[in-house]
Each structure stands twice: as structure tokens, then as C-alpha cells.
Write a protein that binds this ligand. Structure first.
Ligand code: FE
Ligand code: CA
Length: 502
């Protein structure tokens, strides 16, 4: 942990809570409360004491916990409070204060105790919120519906690009003329994203369970390999800066990182109903396949699969420690539903009908076929019901899961729901999109549904069934855009595989 400096009680003359508040990583008796001080006037380079309160009610008549916490200067004056001693499966309200300033009351929840069976759990999940490609109408819809117990975010919280890189001129500009590489640059990027009021409201609504993908550091990085194959040590310094900034801005139940290694995989069980195993598919993975011919019309990331590489036992997606952790975690889980909350799609996407070996997006689990088969053979066997939640692909999908998706003689062992992006674009050109969707559905019979609009997925989980509703944003460039359900699916407990409701 970084050294703390002497406490100071500086005079604060402007609102220090401009980044809002958040909560996350709920347990049955505690939740992480977060804020980070960023007033207009610069803060002194010392730690600052803030006050926090958590109550049964939004008026704070029934306060059940309170205290002071340090906004640590070395961590960008971020505050992570573990509010303990709470009741299971209960709603709470919290706020921070400093000097004359207090945050508006925000809402959070605890999870249910293991050994109990909650009636139901409602959450939404999504990923990918590129500032320059659209607005956050999806979060407006999340806030308006008001019926969630949690929100799960699967990565690409920021995009590291310099302003103009991958922008859409109907979107908005970051005004930041740098690709993020230093701690200060990543901090400025997160602060900009958190300046969006809809994002802040979504954080203040429910606890979030968050993991990262590549753009929190660098597009398509793999372990210590950057997108552009920078010098290893320089990239690890960049990764350390990126990981620290992510920690500073996220309501996570983790100790602050020191250096370029930061284990963030962790799990959260809501009683015996649902257990979220939250994965990191970036930090430990082998570098992506790069030695096979590209398939011109589909872009550089789609390649004829290199069978020797992707089936090699050394070609890892999760790394040995995380792989063992999730395998053991699912085996030990008592949940009706075991969930892999992760980044890149597992379901298998052959880009060309009948191609053998398949033509795949090598950044996804398709580029790690041996690791996928080993993991799914294990967790498919030990989970009562396996559901994989996915982000990254800026499009939505529903699929049957097999441990090798291209071997239809294998049994279906679970279901995958891929949520679309909050704002990040899929391909712009309508003809490309239509060809991709038609081709993907034709070439991949296990892929049951695919859509390329922005949005998020709402899930209602009970002991008997899992319902997933796909919500789509009509116009990603309008923050007041309508958001509608475009498809709904069900998984019956005990019967692996999704069934379409609408
Ligand atoms: Fe993305
Ligand atoms: Ca990504």
C-alpha cells in the first residue's frame, strides 16, 4: 500500500465530490462505498479525512454505520470504505461529506447469505462505453427502470485512444489529444468519463460488479505484450499506471495495486441462487495468434485458426492460477446458477460457413480453443447451471455453449448471453453489418440470435429459470433516445441452453 501522509483538514471551497459516488462488490454483510475528491481548486498533496454514513433510509434517520476514511493523496484522493455489519439481502443508502459539502444520498444493496435461497435476483450487464462514439442513453434507461439489485460491467470502461482515434463525428470529443500512457493521463480520462451525469446516476443506483477488458490499458494487449509490441518494461510501467487509475476510480473490494500485477478476479454469491465468478481475460493470457493469413474483407483480427497454437496446453487465456481458482470456485459453489462474468465471447464464431479449421476472431476464446475446452469441460460438469456473460464485441448475442463449439457431437453444457455496448460502435456500414449477421447465424448453428445495436441486457434470475431481455438504444448519438426490449430469452434450471421468448 502507498505511504499515507499526515492528515490534513484543508479548507475546501468548492464541491470535492464532482466525480459522484459508487458502491460495489456486495457481500452478505458489507459493501464497498467509493468516492474520489476532485474539486475545481487543486487539493493539497496530503491525505484528507472524509466522513461517510450508511442508513436504512434515504433520509438518514436510521443510520447503521458511519466513520471517517482517508482520501489517499497517493491514490488520487480516492476513498474505498468497506461498510461492514450490514444485514443480508437489504437495501441501504449512503453518503459522504467533507467540510460544507455532502453527496446526495445513493442507494446500494447487500447480497443474501449462503445457505439461503432468495426468490429472485435482478441485474443488468453491459460493457464498452467509448465517449467519442455516442451517449449513455442505456444508463438513462437503467436509472429510469429502477428495479435492479446490481449492475455488472464487463470492461472497456474507458478507451485509451487520443481524441479522434476511432471517433464518430456524431459522437462527442474527449478533447484529450493523447493516447493514455501515464497515470495522470489515465486519471484524466476516467475523470472525463465520470463527468457524464447518466453514468454517475447509474453508479449511485445499485452496487456494481466490475471487471476490465483491454481498453483500460491498451487495445488488444495480452499480458506483457502491447498492441504495437512496445518494449516489455515500458509497457509494464504503462500497465501499472493504468491498473492504478482503474483502482482509484472503481468501487472494488481490493487492496490498491503496487506495480504492474493486479489480481482482480473474484466471486460474489447471492445466497445459493447465483454465484458470479468475475474473470480477467487480459492480464495472464498468451499473446494472440498472429501468424496465419488474414481474411481480407473482415479485417485484420479475423484469421484462419492456427490449430497447433490454439490447442497447445501452453496457450493460456486465464493463466494457471486464475484457471485453478475458477475451476475450484465453481466446483465448490452451492449456487443454482454459476456465472462466468467475463469479456470475450466463448460461444464460437466461424466467419465462413463450413471452414475447417474455422476462421475466427483470434482475440476471443476462439483463439484459445484448448483453454476453453479444458475450462468448459470442468465447469460444465461441476456447475448445476452454467451461464456465461460476455461483453467486448459491441453487439449482442445468445448462444448454446459447447466445450468445443464446432463439434456438434458434444453436449450443450450452458448458455451464453453477450450484451451489446453502452456506446461503442459496431461496424458502421449497413451492408457489412447485414453480411456479418447473416453469415454468423448461417455458419454457427449454436448462435441463436445476434444484433448489432447499442444497449444492455437485463436478467431476472429465480431458482427455476433465468430470463434475459435485450434492451437496444434506438439512436446512440442521442442521450434521450428510446430504449426498447428487442428480444427475450429463457433458460430453465436443469435444461442447458437458451429458449427464445420473443
Ligand atoms: Fe469495446
Ligand atoms: Ca475490448
Amino acid at each position: 500500500a502507498p505511504e499515507t501522509t499526515a492528515d490534513a483538514s484543508p479548507t475546501i471551497t468548492s464541491d470535492p465530490f464532482t466525480l459522484g459516488v459508487a458502491s460495489g462488490d456486495p457481500l452478505a454483510d458489507s459493501v464497498i462505498l467509493w468516492t474520489r475528491l476532485l474539486p475545481v481548486d487543486p487539493l493539497p498533496d496530503t491525505d484528507i479525512e472524509v466522513t461517510w454514513e450508511i442508513a436504512r433510509d434515504a433520509e438518514f434517520a436510521d443510520v447503521v454505520g458511519s466513520g471517517t476514511a482517508l482520501a489517499v493523496a497517493a491514490l488520487g484522493h480516492s476513498v474505498h470504505v468497506d461498510a461492514t455489519g450490514l444485514e443480508p439481502d437489504s437495501e441501504y443508502h449512503y453518503r459522504f461529506s467533507l467540510g460544507d459539502f455532502s453527496t446526495p444520498p445513493a442507494r446500494t444493496r447487500t447480497f443474501a447469505e449462503q445457505g439461503t435461497m432468495p426468490d429472485r435476483f435482478r441485474f443488468a450487464f453491459s460493457s464498452c462505453q467509448n465517449w467519442e462514439q455516442g451517449y449513455y442513453a442505456a444508463y438513462r434507461d437503467v436509472v429510469e427502470r429502477g428495479d435492479l439489485d446490481a449492475f455488472v460491467f464487463l470492461g472497456d470502461y474507458i478507451y485509451e485512444y487520443a481524441s479522434g482515434g476511432y471517433a464518430d463525428d456524431r459522437g462527442r470529443t474527449t478533447g484529450q489529444d493523447f493516447e493514455c500512457e501515464t497515470l495522470d493521463q489515465y486519471r484524466r480520462r476516467y475523470a472525463l468519463y465520470r463527468s457524464d451525469p447518466l453514468l454517475r446516476e447509474a453508479h449511485a443506483l445499485v452496487p456494481w460488479i466490475i471487471t476490465w477488458d483491454d481498453h483500460e490499458v491498451d487495445n488488444d494487449y495480452a499480458d506483457d505484450s502491447s498492441e504495437n509490441d512496445d518494449a516489455r518494461q515500458a509497457f509494464l510501467e504503462r500497465r501499472a499506471a493504468a491498473y492504478q487509475a482503474w483502482y482509484e476510480f472503481m468501487p472494488v473490494r481490493l487492496d490498491p495495486p503496487s506495480g504492474a500485477d493486479f489480481d482482480i478476479y473474484r466471486s460474489f454469491a447471492h445466497g445459493d441462487l447465483v454465484n458470479f465468478h468475475v474473470l480477467d481475460t487480459r492480464q495472464y493470457r498468451s499473446d494472440q495468434q498472429s501468424n496465419e493469413p488474414f481474411v481480407e474483407q473482415l479485417g485484420e483480427a479475423v484469421q484462419v485458426r492456427d490449430e497447433e497454437l490454439v490447442w497447445s496446453p501452453d496457450h493460456t487465456m486465464l493463466g494457471a492460477a486464475q484457471n485453478q481458482w475458477v475451476t475450484d470456485g465453481v466446483a465448490a459453489s452451492n449456487a443454482v446458477w454459476d456465472v462466468l462474468a467475463q469479456q470475450v465471447f466463448m460461444f464460437g464464431g466461424n466467419a465462413i460457413v463450413g471452414a475447417e479449421p474455422p476462421v475466427v476472431v483470434v482475440d476471443t476464446w476462439d483463439g484459445y480453443a484448448g483453454a476453453r475446452k479444458e475450462l468448459l469441460d470442468s465447469v460444465g460438469e461441476s456447475a448445476d447451471n452454467l451461464v456465461v456473460l460476455t461483453g467486448d464485441f459491441h453487439s449482442a448475442a445468445v448462444a448454446e455453449l459447447r466445450s468445443d463449439p464446432f463439434d456438434e457431437s458434444l453436449p450443450v453444457i450452458g448458455s451464453e448471453f453477450m450484451a451489446s455496448s453502452i456506446s461503442s460502435s459496431f461496424f458502421d456500414d449497413d451492408d457489412t453489418v447485414e453480411a456479418l449477421v447473416t453469415g454468423a447465424l448461417t455458419a454457427n448453428p449454436h448462435l441463436k440470435w445476434f444484433d448489432t445495436q447499442r444497449g444492455y441486457t437485463f436478467c431476472e434470475v429465480t431458482p427455476d429459470r433465468w430470463i434475459a431481455q435485450f434492451r437496444a438504444v434506438a439512436d446512440q448519438f442521442d442521450e434521450s433516445s428510446p430504449v426498447d426490449t428487442i428480444s427475450a430469452w429463457e433458460v430453465q434450471a436443469g435444461t442447458p441452453g437458451p429458449v427464445q421468448l420473443s
